[in-house]
Write a protein that binds this ligand. Sequence first.
Ligand SMILES: [Zn+2]
Ligand SMILES: [Zn+2]
Length: 108
Amino acid sequence: MKTLFAAILFSAMSFGAFAQQATQVPSKLNSPTRMNQAPVQADSYRCPICGYTGTKAGDCPKDKVALVKVGDYYCPECYMTAKKAGKCTMCGVDMKKMVPATASTTKK
Ligand SMILES: [Zn+2]
Ligand SMILES: [Zn+2]
């Protein structure tokens, strides 16, 4: 009688511990702090010719050249883009870094 009671108590305790652990794991994974810390700033893309700024990759509606992602590099001659600074593989000129619209408007 005593051992049966102990067995029930033990199983109840271990079940409780398991349930507590099971509820803790998903709440840790769903922690919203990581999501909130991520920058919400969206990528912007700019035309290397006229400075047109868009929020998506694509072509400038005016110049029909590929928009350059802000932070990427582009060739001022042929408008080829690259992720890193260096020489253009097509014409050998130095690649320029695409700066955000706000920075270029201030220097004008
Ligand atoms: Zn343009
Ligand atoms: Zn080039």
